[in-house]
Design a protein around this ligand. Structure first.
Ligand SMILES: O=c1[nH]c(=O)c2[nH]c(=O)[nH]c2[nH]1
Length: 305
């Protein structure tokens, strides 16, 4: 028991366990993933904090070892979500005192290389955006799966504007219907309860859904290849992207998007009688900071999760 008049909550785990895994087909074709795994276990370990009694503590070193053992035991390539579920189920079933496990994994984007248009058997290059997951497994059987994308950098050179915003004595930003739109999308989406109850039959289900969601986000951001689609603000485009995922992927019950507005500033170099560079929507100063930060989430109201 914690002392009277205080509430004590705790969890412990291992962060940033890095693992690379190769699967070798008899044909000579290899598959490869690199994962960064973080584990957090919920269990009744109060005595470790209050009485120096470690008898119920699963050592975080053991958690780290388990990642390598389980990676070894996976005989076929699997998604980050499936590996996280497998780890979560292990920790909650193997240890009586563990009531829930929270597993986060970030996958490094190693992509098979093409040589002369042919996929290489064992050669990979690093891509850009990362596939992420957060899985919560409860001893009671409860399961929550969130998938995500981190660092999806996208830019369009026109079809973007920002007008009609608040103008006051602090405002100097001109209204425009012509500007760059650059952002680095971070997305995370939750799968519905019904979906999770029926996935075991579908192998690589989460990888397919990840590709589907990424495609929808990208297509909605850019619009058709000829002409694109006009964005009246980051907010409006973010909403369209979230809405498109909810409309087109029934298995997703909610989605959160973070889209910083990464500014490309017009370069206009001139003095009174010497216009060295006159800005004609052509030369920009790229910046990292400060940036606008815009985020929102959209959820289905009728989902059970
Ligand atoms: O799309 C935008 N949304 C904003 O909220 C904002 N604020 C700003 O200065 N520029 C922009 N652009």
């Amino acid at each position: 028991m914690a002392a009277d008049g205080v509430k004590f909550e705790q969890r412990h785990g291992k962060s940033r366990v890095r693992v690379g895994r190769v699967w070798r087909e008899p044909s000579g074709r290899h598959h490869f993933v690199e994962w960064n795994v973080s584990i957090s276990l919920l269990s009744d370990c109060l005595p470790a904090y209050t009485r120096a009694d470690n008898s119920d503590i699963v050592a975080t070193d053991t958690m780290k070892n388990t990642v390598y053992v389980k990676a070894k035991e996976c005989r076929q390539q699997l998604s980050v979500e499936d590996f996280a579920i497998l780890l979560g189920k292990h920790f909650t079933s193997f240890y009586p005192q563990v009531s829930a496990a929270i597993i986060n994994i970030i996958e490094k984007p190693w992509e098979r290389i093409n040589i002369d248009g042919q996929p290489h058997d064992h050669g990979f290059k690093l891509g850009s955006e990362k596939h992420t997951t957060e899985v919560v497994v409860k001893k009671s059987g409860g399961l929550q799966v969130i998938s995500g994308i981190e660092g999806l950098a996208v830019l369009k050179t026109t079809q973007s504007g920002f007008e009609g915003f608040v103008r006051d004595k602090y405002t100097i930003l001109p209204e425009t219907r012509e500007r760059m739109f650059a952002t680095e999308v971070t997305a995370s989406w939750k799968y519905s309860y019904e979906t999770l109850a029926s996935i075991p039959a579908k192998q690589l289900y989460f990888m397919e859904k990840y590709m589907d969601v990424k495609k929808i986000l990208i297509e909605t951001f850019f619009g058709p290849s000829k002409g694109g689609v006009y964005s009246p603000s980051v907010q409006s485009t973010l909403y369209d992207m979230a809405n498109a995922v909810i409309a087109r992927v029934p298995d997703v019950s909610s989605i959160q998007l973070k889209m910083p507005n990464i500014h490309f500033l017009p370069v206009n170099l001139s003095s009174k009688d010497n216009p060295i560079v006159k800005f004609e929507d052509d030369v920009f100063l790229p910046t990292d900071e400060p940036h606008g930060s815009i985020q929102a989430s959209l959820s289905r109201l009728h989902s059970k999760m």
